[in-house]
Design a protein around this ligand. Structure first.
Ligand SMILES: *Cc1c(COP(=O)(O)O)cnc(C)c1O
Length: 376
């Protein structure tokens, strides 16, 4: 059996072990310590825009805390991009709120600002103004944040930005992760950089980030004994994980460049093929190209997405259909949905290609061989 080629696997830079070693030597083996503070500073510097950062145990924890900090409560409604990973939507249910799903537009595959406004109007008419809006930057491609923000401001609804897949992406120079009232990053093992597992909550409002740190460490009031006036969580990032994160920040720019190069190689070789489409960057948009994705119109192309996926599987190469929209998921299908079929089409015909920054030239040749055979 040939060795497995993964969609996206961890890629260490080299300095991570030194930070972890320091944590051992100084006995900072806890969900606090110098690496946590250092990693937060690194992220603040990278994101710019006067952002403050709280390092957390996962992106999912960040989304949960984000909803708590925005005051979302049981019985409230939260608007959520339908086409995404379930981790975007699950936290809405953790606080007892109801997700209202909104479809994608065709340029970035993310939340349609037009359908967003339709949904808000209809929810208000039905008696409830949504308490938050969660757009996502899928595969690193920024959502139409300018238009989404205009709608959000018009109706006075805060934006919780899920930038889990988009560290290093930007619109007109402004980094993803700085657009929301609160934004969230993920450092899970398959993301563009990893802490083995981890996330962060980001905001320009320093008090919000201080509150996030407070809630993430069991909401301990100042007192010699343990005193609590709020419900807390155990959501802080470990100092060991943050050490890995500091090392990864040293190579983030390289990782982005490499992912973009991989996209370019696929694009050069296969764009213009009948029935094959790539997700192109709109003007002023910059994607970290976390994953390269293609759309296959089987009528034109003469093969289906599944033909290609199964051919990869035979060669021990991982590929995956695009995210299955939340409104089609058994667990969420009873919730309201505002759409026009866009995300369903993407799910039917789209495929994520191996995109890890550690893919070798030999790996790429193996991938191209499969694609050449299927695509003719
Ligand atoms: C990975 C991911 C998350 C969750 O982050 P974790 O750190 O794995 O909890 C949330 N939203 C999206 C879009 C993701 O891709």
């Amino acid at each position: 059996m040939k060795s497995k080629i993964w969609l996206s696997s961890p890629h260490m830079g080299g300095t991570e072990e030194q930070f972890v070693k320091e944590a051992f030597e100084t006995n900072w083996i806890a969900p606090l310590g110098p690496n946590v503070n250092g990693f937060e500073k690194d992220l603040e510097l990278f994101l710019g825009n006067d952002c403050h950062v709280a390092a957390l145990s996962s992106g999912t924890a960040g989304l949960h805390l984000g909803l708590v900090l925005l005051g979302v409560k049981a019985g409230d409604e939260v608007i959520c991009q339908s086409m995404t990973f379930s981790a975007t939507a699950n936290p809405i249910t953790y606080v007892g709120a109801t997700p209202v799903f909104v479809d994608s537009e065709k340029d970035t595959w993310n939340m349609s600002p037009v359908l967003l406004e339709e949904a808000i109007k209809d929810r208000i008419e039905k008696g409830k103004k949504p308490k938050a809006i969660i757009p996502v930057h899928l595969y690193g491609m920024p959502a139409k944040m300018t238009a989404i923000s205009v709608v959000a401001k018009h109706y006075g609804i805060p934006v919780l930005e899920d930038a889990a897949e988009a560290l290093g992406s930007s619109i007109d120079g402004q980094k993803c992760g700085t657009f929301g009232d609160i934004s969230v990053l993920s450092f899970n093992g398959n993301k563009i950089i990893t802490t083995s597992g981890g996330g962060a909550l980001v905001s320009r409002n320093e008090d919000v980030v201080k509150d996030a740190r407070f809630l993430a460490t069991q909401a301990r009031d100042e007192a010699p004994h343990y005193e609590h006036s709020k419900i807390g969580y155990n959501y802080r990032m470990s100092n060991l994980c943050a050490g890995v994160g500091r090392g990864q920040m040293d190579v983030l720019a390289k990782r982005i460049a490499k992912r973009r190069e991989i996209y370019d190689r696929y694009h050069e070789r296969y764009h213009g093929k009948k029935g094959v489409r790539f997700l192109e960057e709109p003007y002023w948009y910059f994607s970290n190209r976390w994953l390269t994705t293609i759309l296959i119109d089987s009528a034109e192309a003469g093969f289906t997405r599944e033909d290609l996926r199964l051919a990869f599987e035979k060669e021990n190469i991982e590929s995956r259909p695009l995210w299955k929209p939340m409104h089609l998921q058994p667990v969420f299908k009873e919730y309201p949905f505002y759409g026009d079929g866009t995300s369903e089409g993407l799910f039917q015909n789209g495929l994520c290609l191996p995109s890890g920054s550690n893919l070798s030239d030999d790996d790429m040749e193996r991938i191209f061989k499969v694609m050449d055979e299927v695509m003719g």
